[in-house]
Design a protein around this ligand. Structure first.
Ligand code: AMP
Length: 433
């Protein structure tokens, strides 16, 4: 069914499942990585979530589990995938479930924050693949429930995130329990010296695949900056959500957990369906929020950075940054949520005068000046001035009451005819640049 692509080299059962998942052709990382992995090579992949990397590593692993049958030993998985966050682990497990639907390949997904009961049950049923976050995995190893001595394929996913989250000692401990003779796959969105050092300890004679979607992804996204006073940010968000009913799935990023809770409260008061996900939420709350967002019952997901990687929801119409992240790289990860697997999206960042340093840092990082949108009732001249951007973007109407500014700007811009710089159909730009 996929004769002319690398998918055609996979077992028929996997090909059927890929077809059911709606994949028509491999993504670049799949095209490049799958041949090496089918050959049993180790791999270093420089790629971020959103490129199709999960299928790139999971399909060859599942293919091996189908082709090379071994008697099942309870608690001794043949494949282990380490993920930094519960969300990413759960998503990888969803992928395994979808790909193995015709091939009886039991798996377990283990992470903390929930009872281990269901996870242990899946392991006892003979899970051959385990997707795990480091903490709970070590916990289950200590309890004698999981042994790593029969792992044939090991994947370290989002290694950079793992290091950021302080998992290095856990990872080293886990690696020390793996058999020497194994296939190792190492994925990271960035490759700094400590990450390369860790990779060097893990892989042998690796093939290397680099997919750099950061710039292309960011280029597909229609980015804007809105200058606003801190105290007006919530009102601006509510204004945008009310004037853009076509944004059916919006992710709002806040820097702090309490900020996420405050925004959710305010939106709820305005009858805008929303849910927050951050590290103070229980796993049940996070899962319910993400499920609701996927199904479309939750329109706005309010998240902190911890949740920004790994959220994989197609058709996110817009990402709003209530504050710019302190880590510039997070900006790319945040806004990348709106442009998954080839779709285009929109991203708006609310910026105050005090945040000018962060805006400059982000623009340096993405090597692009983000256009300013002053066409909203909460525009702050002061923030605009402090950011030194007054020469950019749309011309500003002379001072008018904030409530009338939208109208005044429209009128003025209509006269001077800045069509080339206006983007009036911001909410509906699927497929456009
Ligand atoms: P990932 O980078 O693994 O998180 O994948 C990002 C998204 O792309 C997920 O929704 C996948 O289901 C989707 N995806 C992965 N591979 C393909 C493909 N070959 N064709 C279409 N969509 C894909």
């Amino acid at each position: 069914m996929f004769e002319n692509t690398i998918f055609g080299k996979l077992d028929q059962k996997l090909q059927h499942a890929i077809d059911d998942a709606g994949y028509r052709k491999p993504t670049p990382i799949q095209e490049q990585a799958i041949p090496y992995l089918l050959d049993g090579r180790d791999l270093i992949g420089c790629a971020q979530t959103g490129t199709g990397k999960t299928a790139a590593f999971m399909l060859p692993i599942l293919n091996r589990l189908i082709k090379v049958r071994r008697p099942r030993h309870i608690g001794h998985p043949r494949a282990l995938v380490l993920s930094p966050t519960r969300e990413l682990a759960a998503q990888t497990a969803e992928n395994i479930k979808a790909f193995s639907k015709y091939a009886q390949l039991p798996f377990a997904c283990v992470f903390g924050g929930v009872s281990q009961f269901g996870q242990v049950k899946d392991i006892k049923k003979g899970a051959e693949t385990i997707v795990a976050c480091p903490g709970r995995l070590i916990d289950l190893m200590t309890q004698g429930i999981i042994y790593l001595d029969q792992v044939e394929c090991f994947v370290l996913d989002e290694a950079d995130r793992m290091l950021d989250m302080g998992f290095l000692p856990d990872i080293k401990r886990i690696i020390s329990k793996l058999p020497k003779n194994r296939q190792s796959l190492f994925f990271s969105a960035t490759m700094s010296p400590p990450i390369l050092k860790l990779a060097g300890e893990l892989v042998t004679d690796p093939a290397q695949v680099t997919i750099s979607p950061e710039t292309p992804t960011v280029e597909r996204i229609n980015q804007k900056v809105m200058f606003v006073e801190k105290a007006s940010k919530d009102s601006l968000l509510i204004h945008l959500l009310k004037t853009h009913p076509e944004w059916t799935r919006v992710i709002v990023f806040t820097k702090m957990r309490h900020g996420a809770d405050r925004v959710t409260k305010k939106l709820s008061r305005e009858n805008i369906s929303c849910a927050a996900i951050h590290s103070d939420k229980t796993q049940g709350q996070r899962t319910r929020a993400l499920d609701g967002f996927r199904k479309g019952t939750v329109r706005v997901l309010v998240a902190t950075d911890i949740a920004s990687r790994g959220i994989d929801v197609p058709d996110v119409s817009c990402v709003v940054n209530m504050e710019l992240p302190l880590e510039t790289e997070s900006y790319v990860h945040r806004i990348g949520r709106t442009a998954r697997a080839g779709e285009s999206g929109a991203a708006i960042s609310f910026v105050t005068g005090a945040e000018r340093g962060q805006l400059k840092a982000v623009e340096r990082f993405i090597k692009k000046t983000i256009p300013v949108d002053r066409d909203h009732p909460f525009h702050s001249e002061e923030s605009d001035r402090k950011n030194g951007k007054q020469g950019d973007g749309l011309p500003q109407a002379p001072w008018v009451h904030p409530a009338n500014r939208n109208k005044a700007n429209k009128k003025r811009n209509g006269h001077v005819g800045f069509q080339g710089r206006r983007q009036p159909d911001f909410g509906n730009r699927k497929g456009k640049q």
